[in-house]
Design a protein around this ligand. Structure first.
Ligand code: PLP
Length: 228
């Protein structure tokens, strides 16, 4: 069982790494999946307000528990379309937009509650079969198809790099992400619902490299809470 001091210390370490490795003002999303309410409360008491969950059910339970607190909940995992309606009014940023059909559903549900929902397009840069995400060569077509989705705010890109024992190997992936991010920034006047703000990449194993390559949103769990 980690003590408060441990969690606080680990958060401080990450902040130092952000300072030393990032070019931008980068923000930490604390990945709270599988963590208890007590541990999440500890992180909250350290001043953190951005939490990431990857499963709809678990997200909703935690959302309800912390309802009276001002927390930005980030959905970082794959979402089944039939679950969108449960999170649409609760989520601050969806990192895992990975298909047209999901985009349609989010847009539809957002419209119903008269809200604009912030999303990141998840890219599968390394083409891992096990990973969700749009392939780089499909991105233009994807953007074209969701162009008219007026209740979707496309705020940036997200990726998960493969696990390498040498994290240095992720650099090329993060470089490609940053290039893509920059090129989309130049297309903001072509796509009305596109406003690039976030490049979400970097987890426990590789966040320093992601920061060096231009990430401005890292998603970290195990470095804070220990192994799940
Ligand atoms: C679990 C998870 C993370 C955090 O991973 P750690 O290795 O615990 O830092 C980040 N992003 C996504 C999409 C995840 O599912």
């Amino acid at each position: 069982m980690e003590k408060t001091e441990d969690i606080k210390y680990k958060l401080e370490l990450i902040e130092k790494n952000i300072e030393n490795h990032s070019k931008n003002k980068s923000k930490l999303v604390v990945v709270t999946k599988t963590q208890t309410i007590d541990k999440i409360t500890e992180v909250y008491n350290c001043g953190y307000r951005d939490f990431g969950e990857n499963k709809v059910q678990e997200f909703i339970e935690k959302y309800e528990y912390f309802k009276n607190k001002e927390i930005n909940w980030h959905m970082i995992g794959h979402i089944q379309r039939n679950k969108v309606k449960y999170i649409i009014d609760k989520v601050y940023l969806i990192h895992s937009l990975d298909s047209i059909r999901l985009a349609e559903e989010i847009n539809k549900r957002a419209k119903q509650i008269d809200k604009n929902v912030n999303v990141l397009i998840q890219l599968n840069i390394s083409k891992e079969e096990s990973k969700y995400g749009i392939l780089l060569e499909e991105l233009d077509e994807f953007l074209e198809k969701i162009k008219g989705f007026s209740n979707l705010n496309i705020k940036g890109l997200m990726t998960m790099a493969p696990y390498y024992s040498d994290p240095e190997e992720t650099r090329i992936i993060f470089k490609k992400m940053h290039d893509t991010y920059t090129s989309l920034k130049n297309k903001e006047d072509v796509f009305e619902n596109l406003k690039m703000e976030y490049l979400s990449m970097g987890m426990t194993n590789d966040y320093n490299i992601a920061l060096e390559e231009g990430s401005n949103l890292i998603r970290v769990g195990r470095s804070i809470f220990g192994e799940r």
